[in-house]
Write a protein that binds this ligand. Structure first.
Ligand SMILES: [Zn+2]
Length: 475
């Protein structure tokens, strides 16, 4: 398989560091508020990549951190800690905020069929390891102390900035040019960052005593430490939003490579931004949406997943509700097709040779595309073509071939095709669905509505009518 590497700025053949094992790290959410759809785009793409790796027979160990301390407003070293700030606003403890918003995050992830990482680790559970990491960096002479914290001297890391194709010099000059950015007092270089911040007297929650002072870790050191703890000195893949390239990931590299003197990550994978109605999401524009907001407007989380995976991850994605409606309908059409052809079919006659060959060809193309730098959008086009090709009168055996292929595609797409198989239904429910279909055809809508209610109440089957016919699924 191939993947685009931010570090080399090229699409590369994927080869893990060790045999078939893939160490995969994702920067998890800062659990101070609901994740928005832009964040979720990121995690859906991570999930796709993991599924494609598994499909290509790799054993993946996926590690994700949860930032519950040390991530400041504005992402720099000056602002308030995001979680403490939210706790103040909501009159809650930091722990309550963390608990509440991590649960909300995992609920959304579940609704979006995102496979749970093998390891999820909170920054605050790793303070001992973080302190050890800092101590070792200090022994090697990379750190210095100011009034506000312990800082990493970026001038000492020769390759600083390589991920964004910059240098220590160009980054520092560039930032001096755009002098608006405020920096903590006492730092030596503009790109220097805190690995440990000293607590202010009123900061009592989520602070720890150390030999270098009472305080809490910086945001970047959490990722370097957690990645090392669970995956070792070197990782195969590190994923994240492309807004993290210049600072967060650049600083992770500086810390880990200074300490271990080895390349930290072999493949850096970055996901482009999501805009809403062509604009950046922002509080003032009131265009920050969560999965819950989409649901309130009647859309399913999986229709959003379908929308996300239909846009290549290295392209900017523009979210609109009209766009989502399009994907919602398109997904329902696929479900309707699956529901329809999976009704037991009495027609036998074997598989037409030409038909079998064509489906095989579609399958080959689909998996080639998904393994080519996650070209899922084109793979989805191929799937649609296959569905259209399969809409003619199929016999029992041919239907089975199409269904098996679609279910295999869904191992990557994660769109719950299985739930729409009529084999999931009891005989009675299936009869009721058929009866309802007939009453609809005969325009007896009163009867068809009654049958729909009955299916929902007694069989927990929800029916929706689409252009392509009825879609049903278990609720
Ligand atoms: Zn990170």
């Amino acid at each position: 398989m191939k993947i685009y590497n931010t570090l080399s700025k090229k699409e590369e053949e994927f080869k893990p560091l060790k045999n078939n094992h893939v160490g995969f790290y994702t920067c998890g959410p800062t659990v101070y508020f609901y994740a928005h759809i832009g964040n979720m785009r990121n995690y859906i793409i991570n999930d796709l990549l993991e599924r494609v790796l598994i499909k290509n027979n790799y054993t993946v160990k996926h590690v994700m951190n949860l930032t519950d301390v040390g991530h400041n407003i504005g992402d720099g070293d000056l602002g308030e800690d995001k979680i403490r700030d939210e706790a103040k606003k909501e009159h809650k403890t930091a722990e309550q905020i963390i608990e509440f918003y991590s649960n909300a995050f995992f609920e959304d992830a579940k609704k979006l069929n995102i496979i749970k990482p093998d390891v999820i680790s909170r920054a605050s559970e790793n303070i001992k390891q973080i302190i050890e990491f800092i101590e070792k960096l200090n022994e090697k002479g990379y750190l210095y102390k100011t009034e506000t914290g312990v800082y990493f001297d970026t001038a000492k890391f020769k390759e600083y900035g390589k991920l964004s194709g910059s240098t220590f010099k160009s980054l520092n000059e560039q930032q001096i040019g755009g002098a608006r950015v405020q920096r903590p007092e006492g730092i030596k270089n503009i790109t220097d960052f805190a690995v440990w911040r000293f607590a202010k007297p009123d900061e009592k929650e989520m602070v720890w005593d150390t030999t270098f002072g009472r305080g809490f870790p910086g945001w970047h050191i959490e990722c370097s430490t957690i990645a090392y703890k669970f995956l070792g000195e070197q990782l195969d893949i590190h994923c994240g939003g492309q807004d993290h390239i210049q600072v967060h990931h650049t600083n992770e590299i500086a810390q880990s490579e200074s300490l271990f003197e080895k390349q930290f990550v072999k493949y850096w994978v970055h996901i482009e931004f999501l805009t809403v109605d062509g604009k950046k999401m922002s509080k003032s524009l009131k265009n920050i949406y969560t999965i819950n907001d989409l649901e309130k407007k009647g859309f399913t989380p999986l229709s959003f997943r379908f929308m996300v995976i239909s846009v290549h991850y290295r392209k900017m994605m523009n979210f609109t509700f009209e766009g989502l409606k399009h994907y919602y309908d398109a997904l329902n059409s696929i479900y309707a097709f699956i529901s329809k052809i999976s009704v037991p079919n009495e027609k036998i006659g074997g598989i037409d040779k030409e038909f079998a060959k064509t489906i095989k060809e579609y399958k080959k193309l689909f998996f080639e595309l998904v393994s080519d730098d996650l070209n899922i959008p084109n793979a989805i086009i191929k799937m649609h073509e296959m569905i259209n090709y399969s809409k003619k009168d199929l016999n029992k055996e041919e239907t089975a071939v199409v269904l098996t292929t679609l279910l295999e595609f869904d191992e990557i797409l994660g769109l719950d095709f299985k739930k729409h198989l009529s084999s999931k239904l009891s005989k009675e429910a299936l009869e009721l669905i058929k009866e309802r279909e007939l009453s609809r055809k005969g325009k007896d809508f009163e009867k068809s509505d009654k049958l729909r209610d009955k299916l929902l109440k007694e069989y927990k089957i929800k029916i929706e009518d689409t252009k392509e016919g009825s879609v049903w699924y278990s609720v």
